[in-house]
Design a protein around this ligand. Structure first.
Ligand SMILES: Nc1nc2c(ncn2[C@@H]2O[C@H](COP(=O)(O)OP(=O)(O)OP(=O)(O)O)[C@@H](O)[C@H]2O)c(=O)[nH]1
Length: 305
């Protein structure tokens, strides 16, 4: 034993704690500790005599002991080494210290262990996870900000185009008829001029809520700009669309500002194969123009005749 201890000393004792600020220990084939380096006295506050000669189990917490017996011991037996194992040991005052351990079986049959205190690493890892979570939250918030209209919380123009084009692909592949309606408030300028911009804003919000509440879950509702709202319906038909628009005309009138009851004109168009969002938007816009020309407060469906 003396001779072997000298070998270990050769390996470990030549390093001062400053050069090797990690723990090092050696166990024999009965898992008895036969050598510990100065890290045990300086950092873990053990006296050498209190450790050397004891089974390594006594240093480990219960879960670490189980892991040691069930994984590390068989791995060392088969592979002769273990790397980056996470264990928790006690210092002389009974404080638990998380460590990262490497171990190798020497030709002499002894196991050579080295480890470092991983509390700082765990702390850094925790901070890294938290920073990552914060980054994801911030990204989500930014995504939301970039995709919704401030005033109404509806999809903004860019997001509406993006999501409609995606939903359109699904609708076409499922052979559904998709439609788009543009609703433009009639004489909105008059509301602003008569009751002020804030009242105008309140009306826009109310209308946004109404459109959302009346739409299907799969519909996409957007404030496309000013007093113009869009609804993309991925599964509709002409009758369904006309009924839907009729309902909107009726319910809009319940939004009242002073003596004015809200009215709007609607243009509708449907998607057929190879049509993009922009194509259908142009057609619905032309239908809306007709609705305005024909006296407002009505719905017109685009027709190329
Ligand atoms: N309060 C408020 N007003 C807005 C907002 N964006 C645009 N507007 C107003 O919407 C009004 C649009 O006026 P016009 O384009 O003449 O349309 P209109 O008065 O509704 O007339 P028609 O569409 O022809 O029936 C303008 O007075 C804009 O200032 C907004 O965010 N808040």
């Amino acid at each position: 034993m003396e001779n072997k201890n000298d070998n270990f000393k050769e390996k470990f004792l030549n390093y001062s704690p400053d050069e090797f600020p990690n723990g090092a220990l050696v166990t024999n084939d009965s898992k008895i500790i036969v050598y510990v380096n100065s890290y045990f006295t300086t950092e873990l506050l053990w006296k050498v005599d209190d450790i050397v000669g004891k089974n390594i189990d006594f240093l480990l917490t219960k879960p670490s002991c189980i892991f040691f017996q069930s994984y590390i011991v068989p791995t060392l037996s088969h592979e002769k080494m273990c790397q980056e194992m996470q264990l928790t040991i006690f210092n002389a005052r009974g404080i638990r210290i998380p460590i990262t351990v490497n171990a190798a079986v020497g030709e002499d049959g002894y196991v050579y262990w080295s480890f470092f205190n991983s509390s700082k690493r765990d702390q850094l890892y925790d901070e890294l996870i938290k920073a990552r979570e914060r980054l994801i939250e911030t990204t989500d918030e930014l995504k939301l900000l970039a995709s919704v209209d401030d005033l109404t919380g509806l999809l903004n123009r860019r997001e509406m185009k993006y999501q409609s084009n995606l939903a359109l692909k699904d609708a076409l592949s499922e052979q559904h008829l998709a439609g788009l309606l543009i609703l433009d408030i009639d004489h909105f300028k008059k509301i602003n001029d008569t009751y002020g911009h804030l009242e105008g804003d309140r009306v826009l919000k109310k209308l946004g809520q109404l459109l959302t509440s009346q739409s299907e879950k799969t519909d996409l509702v957007s404030r496309f700009g000013g007093e113009e709202f869009l609804i993309f319906r991925p599964n509709t038909n002409k009758d369904d669309m006309l009924l839907f628009c009729k309902k909107l005309h009726v319910l809009m009138a319940d939004i009242v500002v002073g003596t004015i009851s809200l009215k709007g004109s609607i243009g509708v168009s449907f998607f057929s194969e190879r049509m993009t969002f922009d194509d259908v938007f142009t057609q619905a816009d032309s239908a809306l123009y007709n609705a305005k020309e024909l006296g407002r407060n009505r719905t017109e469906i685009y027709s190329n005749n």
